[in-house]
Structures are given as structure tokens and as C-alpha cells.
Design a binder for this molecule. Structure first.
Ligand code: SAM
Length: 329
């Protein structure tokens, strides 16, 4: 098991498949100039499957989510999913993606054993999409969402980040649209994980503001805390339910006390928290011939040292050196 000194058990593994992305979301990456990981630094498909398998068979991981960068850019993605779907006990398999190209791969991913997708989409307006992502791919994302639904990668979840003066007026429109389409929407507070260190607490749209904007059109009733479990999103029933909306208030209402996550970066480093300042190098050990027992011991030790909380709202907070795209969001 992956336990820490605060009694939490990590059962949810985020595996980053690449640090590269085909969008340039302003809150995540600069337009250009970001240094990518070298090819030989990246774990191979076989190495990813070996470490994921170890986590599932030996360390109690029950859910595996592939992320990045943009995981659809990984050529071996379908094969990695297929290999992980063979594991015993069978983990739940999901993918966090920007949806570009998903229309082409949704069916193959489903057939390989992927259970669900989370697609990131911050706006319904193609021009605002370009302002936020610096790319004209809005229709690709809509097509990807439709293909995911058609392929049975359900429930399709949608992640949205609101930026002041850019798309924050769209909160209620996004929710209305997701209700029509049958997608589950979750807003994420903007976090200090951008490569260019441009995050400004005073500019961030808080969970409270998100809820205020939604309340102009919808009646929101908090879902009981017991239903939430270790999920980072607090959820509200919309107009009495059954539909709901989530808000991940990582900054203003962090969920660290119930955190059940462990992370593997694309270059084989274990991180016990998105905001950790240290990492544990499994890649070197693996390439030097470490046994499964040795790798498992390293992973356990990495998680044992997990801090009580990320402390983003603390004045002493230091942004991790690696950006979200390199850690795996
Ligand atoms: C880093 S991306 C990686 C996976 C994939 N490329 C995608 O777009 O979903 C994962 C999620 O992190 C979100 N994200 C990136 N930077 C963020 C930030 N600074 N604050 C909050 N969320 C962020 C994205 O909007 C996306 O929903």
C-alpha cells in the first residue's frame, strides 16, 4: 500500500505520458520557448506498463489516469491502455485530454479498455478558444467530445478553467450547454503551475465567484460531503438534480486531507503531490535493473513523505519548479 504519515492511502495514480502539448493554454504554457524532455529521458511504453502494473498489483492502486502534456500525442497510447486493461485486479482507466484528435481515436481507446475521458474545454466561443489556447482547434474538441460519447467513454466529464475578463462570463453558458449534451462539468480554480510563473492570486476566479456566476441562472444545492469521498470536486445538484456541477477549489478550499493520489511523470519520477518540491527517481533505478520489490520500496518511501497539504494559499508557498505540463495535470 502507498500510505503516508497522515494515514492517507494513495489508490489513484496519474501517469503522464508526455510533457508536450498541441495547445498553448495561457494559464499553463508560454507561446514558445518551453524546453521539452529529451527522448531518452521519457519512459518507454514498456517501462510505463511495468511501473503501472507494479502500482496496481503490489501497491494498492485502483484507478489509473493517463495525462500529460497531451496524452493523445503519445504514439503508443492505445497499446499502453490495452496492456493496463489486462492487469489484475483490473484498474479503472481514464484519460485527461484536450480532445484534439480524440474523434479519431475514441473508438480504438474504448476497444483497448479505456473506461472514461475528462476533456478540457474552457469556452463555447471559437475566438475565445483561440485567445485562451493560441490555436484554432475548437471544432476538433467538440468533435472529440461527441466521439467520446458515441464510443461509450462515459460519463464524459468536462474540465474548465475560468480566466478573468476572458471567459469568466461563460460559466452559466458552459453549464447550460453541458446539461444539454449530457456532459458532467467541473470548474477548476486556476493554480500556480504555469511554466511562465504568471499566476496572480488576486486575478484568479475563486470557487465562490464561480458559484455566484452559476447562481444567476441555476439553483445549486450542495451534495452531501459523504458523497464526495476523496474526489477533489465539491459538487452541487443543479435545479434539484439529478444533474450536478463540480468545482475544484484547489486554492481556496483545498482537498488535501482526503487526497488519494500518487503521480508518475513522463520521465519516471514519482511525485506525492502536484505541488511537491521533491521527486523520487524510479527511472534510473528501473534502468539499472531494480527488482519490483526495490521499485515498490522506493515508491512507498516517496509517498510516506507526503506533506499534510499543498498550502497554495499560504504566504510561504513556493511554486514547484516543474510546470503542470511536465508533472502531468
Ligand atoms: C495539464 S492538462 C493535461 C491533460 C490534457 N492536455 C488536457 O488538456 O486535459 C490537465 C488539466 O489541467 C488544467 N490546467 C492546466 N494548467 C492549469 C492551471 N494553472 N490551473 C488549473 N488548471 C490547469 C487544464 O485545463 C486541464 O484541464
Amino acid at each position: 500500500m502507498l500510505l503516508d504519515t497522515f494515514g492517507r492511502q494513495a489508490v489513484d495514480l496519474r501517469v503522464s505520458l508526455t510533457d508536450r502539448c498541441n495547445l498553448r493554454c495561457t494559464y499553463c504554457m508560454p507561446e514558445e520557448g518551453l524546453q521539452w524532455l529529451g527522448r531518452s529521458d521519457l519512459l518507454t511504453d514498456e517501462e510505463i506498463v511495468r511501473l503501472t502494473s507494479l502500482a496496481v498489483r503490489e501497491l494498492g492502486v485502483r484507478e489509473v489516469r493517463f495525462t500529460g502534456g497531451e496524452p493523445l500525442l503519445r504514439p503508443g497510447l492505445v497499446g499502453i491502455v490495452a496492456a493496463c486493461a489486462e492487469l489484475e485486479p483490473r484498474p479503472e482507466l481514464s484519460l485527461t485530454t484536450n480532445g484534439v484528435g480524440l474523434a479519431r481515436t475514441a473508438r480504438a481507446l474504448r476497444e483497448a479498455g479505456l473506461d472514461r475521458v475528462n476533456v478540457s474545454l474552457d469556452t463555447l466561443d471559437p475566438q475565445t478558444f483561440h485567445t485562451l489556447t493560441r490555436r484554432h482547434r475548437h471544432q476538433d474538441v467538440l468533435d472529440g467530445l461527441a466521439a467520446a460519447e458515441a464510443a461509450g467513454l462515459t460519463p464524459v466529464k468536462l474540465n474548465a478553467v475560468l480566466m478573468r475578463g476572458v471567459n469568466d462570463h461563460e460559466a452559466a453558458d458552459l453549464l447550460g450547454w453541458c446539461l444539454e449534451q449530457g456532459y458532467q462539468l467541473r470548474f477548476i480554480e486556476q493554480m500556480p503551475l504555469d511554466a511562465q510563473h504568471g499566476w496572480d492570486r488576486s486575478q484568479m476566479i475563486t470557487a465562490e465567484e464561480i458559484l455566484e456566476r452559476l447562481a444567476t441562472r441555476f439553483t445549486l444545492t450542495p451534495e452531501p460531503a459523504a458523497v464526495r469521498g476523496a474526489a477533489p470536486a465539491e459538487r452541487w445538484l443543479v435545479d434539484g438534480g439529478p444533474a450536478s456541477v463540480g468545482v475544484i477549489a484547489s486554492v481556496t478550499r483545498p482537498f488535501c486531507r482526503a487526497c488519494d493520489r500518487t503521480r508518475l511523470t513522463a520521465d519516471g519520477q514519482v511525485r506525492n503531490c502536484l505541488f511537491a518540491t521533491g521527486e523520487t527517481d524510479l527511472r534510473t533505478a528501473l534502468r539499472e535493473g531494480a527488482t519490483d520489490a526495490e521499485l515498490a520500496a522506493l515508491w512507498r518511501a516517496a509517498m510516506w513523505g507526503k506533506k499534510a497539504g499543498a498550502g497554495i494559499d499560504d504566504p510561504q508557498f513556493h511554486q514547484p519548479e516543474r510546470p503542470m505540463s511536465a508533472i502531468g495535470g
